[in-house]
Every structure is written in C-alpha cells, then in structure tokens.
Design a protein around this ligand. Sequence first.
Ligand code: 5AD
Ligand code: SF4
Length: 443
Amino acid sequence: MYRIYIETYGCQMNFADSEIVASLMQREGHTMVTDIEEADYVLINTCAIRDNAEQRIRKRLRELRAVQQRHHQLRIGILGCMAERLQSQLMVEEENVSFVVGPDAYRRLPDILRQVRQPGVKAAETELSTTETYSDIEPVRLGSNGVSAYISIMRGCQNYCAYCVVPYTRGRERSRDPETIVAEARSLFNQGYKEVTLLGQNVNSYHWYNPDDGQETGFADLISHVADISPQLRVRFATSHPKDLSDELLQVMVSHDNVCKCIHLPVQSGSDRMLKLMNRHYDAAWYLDRIAAIRRYMPDCSITTDVIAGFCSETEEEHRMTLELFRKVRYDYAYMFKFSMRPDTYAAKHLVDDVPEDVKTRRLEEIIALQGQIALENNRLEVGKEFEVLVEGESHRSKEQLFGRTSQNKVVVFDRQDVCVGQYVRVRVTDCTAATLKGILIQ
Ligand code: 5AD
Ligand code: SF4
C-alpha cells in the first residue's frame, strides 16, 4: 500500500477532481499524506488554461527534482488538463514524470501506480469519455473547513470558445445523475456541512434524462432539489454561461432563501465584434439584458465575471467597450486575464495573437484599476447593513477574529466572542476594503 501526496492547481473543478482521486486511492487501501517527504507518489493535478499556468507546473517539477534526489523511490504523476493536452510528450520533456493521467481516466490510477513501481516504466492514460461522471465516488474532502464543499454536477464543455482549451482537455459535456448529486449533498449536510457549491463548466446546460420514467431534470430543478434538503444548507453554483442563463433559474433563486444570491457570469469582452470572434453566442446587449433580469429578480444579488484583455485583433476602442461595460454592470468581483494563445484552439488555428504584450498588460491594468474602484464603492454601500454570515474559520490576521461569507459571497471579518465555525450569525457591516467587509455581531 502506498502513501500518496496530491497537489492541485487551477479551477474549483480541479480541486473537486483531486477529492475524487483521493477517494479512489483510499478505496484501494492507499493513504493520503500531507508531507511530501513521506510520499511514495506525488500527484500533480494541473491546469492548462493559460500558458503561465503550465509554466508554473514546469517550475514545480524542477523543484521536485531535489525531493527525488533524497527519495529515489518517489514517483511523480501529472493529472488533469496539462496531462490531457500534452499526453506522453510531457514525459519526454519532463524526465522526472513517470505517468500522465487525463481527467476521465482516474479509475485507471491504481493500475498505473503498480506499473510505474518498476524502475524505468512510464505510463500514459489520456482517453476522454462521453459518459464518465464519477457519480458513484464519494469524494474525500481534502483540506476542508468542515463547512463548505464542492459537488461536481457535470463534466466537460463543448462551447468551443475560440480562446479556450477546456473542450480539448476535458472532453464532451455530460451531466451527472441528479439522484447521486442530491445524495452527496444530503450526506454532506448530515456530516455537518452547511454549504455546497455545484460545479460545472456551464451549469446552465445541465440536463438529465431518466430513461426509466422519462423524467427530465434541468439545472433549475436540480438546484431546487438540493436546496430542499434543508434551509440550513446553503447552495452555490458556478459557472454560468450568459447565453444559457434562464429566468427559470432566477425564479428558483428567488424562491429559496438558501440559494445564495451570487451569480458568476463571465462576460469576456464588452465588444460585439470580440464576442463574435470569441464564439460566445451573445452580444453586449444580450448580456446587459441578463444582468437587468438578475437585478429585477434579486436587487441584492452580487454579480462576478471573467474578462480577457487583448484577445486577437482587439482595438483600443473595443477595449474601451469592455471598460464601459464594467462601468454599467458594476461587478462585485472579477477574474481578469491577459489573453494567452493556446495550442489547438480555434484562435490558434485561425487568428493572430497580434496585440503586443505591453498593450495587453496596460489594458489589463486599466480593467483591474477600474474594477478595484468599483468593488470598493460597492462594498461601501454595504456599510450599515445587516447580513446573515456563515462562519468559515479564523481570520488570517488575528486569532481574536473570525471570518465568514454573506449569501452574496462577500467575506466578512468580525470579533469572535463565543461564536463557532459552521454557525450562522447576524453581522452589521461597519467598515470595508475593496476585498473585505468588517462587521460586528448582532446578538
Ligand atoms: N487566455 C486568457 N484567459 C483565458 N480564459 C480561458 N482561456 C483563456 C486564454 N486562452 C479565461 C476565461 C475563462 C476563465 C476560466 O479563464 O475568462 O472564463
Ligand atoms: Fe472554455 Fe467557453 Fe467552455 Fe468556459 S464555456 S470552459 S470559456 S469553452
């Protein structure tokens, strides 16, 4: 039986996948360890979304050579999107890697670990599946706070946004049986968890057809089934594609207090020409209509986004349209990126990465500066208001303080008094920064 150390990079989906891998390992009798020095195997669950994500993994592999010098028996394996993208080529480029396993092949891991015990043996399993959802695997919650957990509800993506490598690394979209999702959420709640985040690349296209009774389940149905487990269980979800965000979902959010009032709706650009080139299937007017619908149903809903600066042929005017859209929407938070050309994508095959690096950097900085200002102004509007906060842990700054989140996913820090992690408390906001609210408990 082996000792296994796992390290995770990238999106929430990868963190959820590492928990599935840990579960598969424990089933075989292997032990997960948190000290790399004790490990027989290091598994690195990787991200390929931008070039800098891959460079970071390559740097980590160089660092791990020192650990391998001390422990000759140590085997290193690459999991996830970078494994899928580069396949066995990665083991040629990185000599200290013994195996690569793609996101749909984790059930093959126990066999692979056995094979690569032999000195010099290498293995690659990167076949993608149209059906694998790991629906029967109860994930082992790694590094959990015991309060919130991820549940993967679907895998893959076939939207083929022109810049994005995900459809190539994670394969076709497939939804997981809703009964297994609800059962996992119920089991978490029974263990004391208070919040679940339902994960998928495009949750709004979740769809399940049950051949036995002809019943169809869409995402709005799924959310309400999970929310019905208990009013004490908060439900979050990510990520929504603007083209599929339905009023039906917004209505379900309104009708369940425990479905968190927070929507992550990646816009990517404010220019219609860029959106078309990106193959996003909506324009700025459609996007703003969806924002208006969210605000109409839930005036207190927070809205967050992803945006790309400097996509192929983006002009100064088009960049200004993105800034303008940010001013109109007034996001509470944004993940902001410079465009990074990825091999195999539509952009790599048909477009030219022609915005100079310094221009991309400047455009990104302008978006970041604007968004920082808007986030601070939004937070200032919360000062004086009261929120229900789910307590997640001790503040990083002081043992005397705890932090939790509002339904809107805003972090609130407050003096701990006799409050425990996992409790719901009422807090009045007294101060803020762009990233955090500060508050006092209301008894
Ligand atoms: N370059 C920059 N950002 C990208 N994203 C996806 N692909 C790229 C790329 N090639 C961003 C998008 C997406 C988020 C997860 O990552 O904004 O929504
Ligand atoms: Fe990538 Fe677009 Fe799919 Fe999101 S929806 S994973 S950006 S292809």
